[in-house]
Design a protein around this ligand. Sequence first.
Ligand code: ATP
Ligand code: MG
Length: 705
Amino acid sequence: MLDGLDPEQREVALALHGPVCVLAGAGTGKTRAITHRIAYGVRAGILPPASVLAVTFTNRAAGEMRGRLRQLGAGGVQARTFHSAALRQLQFFWPKAVGGELPRLLERKIQLVAEAAARCRIRLDRNELRDVTSEIEWAKVTQTVPADYPAAVAKSVRDAPRDPAEIGQIYATYEQLKRDRSVIDFEDVLLLTVGILQDRPDIADQVRRQYQHFVVDEYQDVSPLQQRLLDLWLGDRDSLCVVGDASQTIYSFTGATPDHLLNFRTRHPNATVVKLVRDYRSTPQVVHLANGLLSQARGRAAEHRLELISQRDPGPEPAYTEYADEPAEAEGTARRIRDLIAAGVPAGEIAVLYRVNAQSEVYEQALADAGVPYQLRGAERFFERQEVREAGVALRGAARAGGNDSLLDGTDDLPSQVRAVLSTKGWTSEPPAGSGAVRDRWESLAALVRLAEDFARVKPGATLSDLVTELDERAAAQHAPTVQGVTLASLHAAKGLEWDAVFLVGLTEGMMPITYAKTDEQVEEERRLLYVGVTRARLHLSLSWALSRSPGGRASRRPTRFLKGLRPGSGSVGAGGAGGGGGVERGAGGRRKRRGPVQCRVCGATLTEAGAMKLMRCEDCPSDMDEALYERLREWRSEQARELGQPAYCVFTDKTLMAIAERVPSTDGELSSISGVGARKLERFGADVLAICAGQEGGLDHIED
Ligand code: ATP
Ligand code: MG
């Protein structure tokens, strides 16, 4: 059990009594050390599995931890997010503490906040609405009630997005609306649990009898509210082990603070404190950049920074690429990803990380165009998706109807039973064309099929009801099955995770740091966010930015200030790489034909969305597409896909086919000007497509030259 650990990590695993604090940089094996510690403690009989609660910050990380614990033979240990652990306790104790059923959980706060603002006759634009919603979240996790909000803002030298009195008023109305409608929000789950544990010593005792040992990963991002909950769970005991990296604090905008981590010794003077510096994750090249980024950091977290030392063999220098515009950046990224996959890197070991979720669309499109499978992070909500819930109902029905019996006579194995049931819900052996909702639905069902296959492999002889139980357990834990594909995720969602190849995209001023990071502290948090991104890469790291938003737009953007002095050609500061391979390249965008801003062919509006640009019209403007030609193109595409043994969207996406059917190109040049038709596709399919278009254009059955 301890063989896989270095001496400091082993010290963590062996410190099974009393408070323990691990302060260490990214990739140094913090998560590994605590999972081994738990497993070792369980094996040694010191930690009864059911008495341990391991807490982390994302569902994905919790799922990962459960997997690792199971592998180490400590499957009985609970690994959860603060939120899911609290929700479970709340559901359990609500009838006793309050009576009746727990109110419904509000999915999206922002609509209710908008309603509250309208009631208060305060007009908010979209940005203000988002900011006010964040303020309400901040107030709640810092346990500030509406009436105290203005004073709390003044005290915390916080930059409120509106008059604090107004925000306090919206906040109060929002709380009232929730009560009127019997719903609770995300923060209420923690607040109510804290309330019950505080007010009901009998319930607190019951919880404390169950959980006696606590482990917290990513402790630098603990909010005051989560800390309060942890204190209540712990009571007057001290079996608490926390691990974290102050340089990865990326949630202080929500009220989280690394102070609890950095002051752990003060609060627990007898704590065992261990520091880890060996980085097992990343190559010296990646680590060099990570250290360089931190060397320019300021503030309290930065004072505690630890210089990482890579334990890995050297790898490629990080690649820095400047593109002319965003679609070019996305296309260039997709091309590089395709090359990596061709060179043997599995798609599941590649990630594209961006600052805000809205950036995903252009990458989804580019990857679909390049025929690269991908998954959007946020997959933790997997079991809440409608198609997954429906599939669950169908599988449960089949299990009840005796789906298990056919196993006895050996006619049908578990995966084929699952495939049969899910095909009634829209699962097919080949994915549908396109990248829209239909495709998403299919991906979810395909992920369930893969889950059934994996499950049957691990548990030979498992029945459909066993699978249904497994699904329920996973759903309860919200652990999504792995979807094989390139990960698209925000930097925040990438915390704690790692990939062989990481693409950090959109690294311009305004995105990184994001425009609304105004104060020094906010800018420092953005720098840490970039540090988190960089340290996700094991081997290949690519950083890119685009000088304008759309093709032909003004090149008004500048690369992020955080890379100054670190990327070649960006000025002094002696932290540059050891040379070789890291030079700034002009991306594909540099070679692109210079196009004017793309305008809608129908209404003349300037287009900014990738899908619309491809069609060269607003998506909701009437289409002059030749439907018959479109159908013929689709038929041809299905044939191609069959012959190539690839999904149809790898030939051309629906959007590209539509654009072709609208423009009816008659020359190679016209065809290649349609986005989604690159040189490779032109060479491979150009003749076919032009022939189909020509046949249609002449209204003749024979094909003209
Ligand atoms: P983060 O700060 O990003 O959460 P971390 O400190 O939790 O990182 P881990 O995810 O535990 O780091 O480990 C990083 C990688 O290094 C993992 O792939 C892990 O398996 C590997 N690793 C950690 N310690 C060792 C070790 N002693 N020997 C070999 N590999 C190790
Ligand atoms: Mg970790």
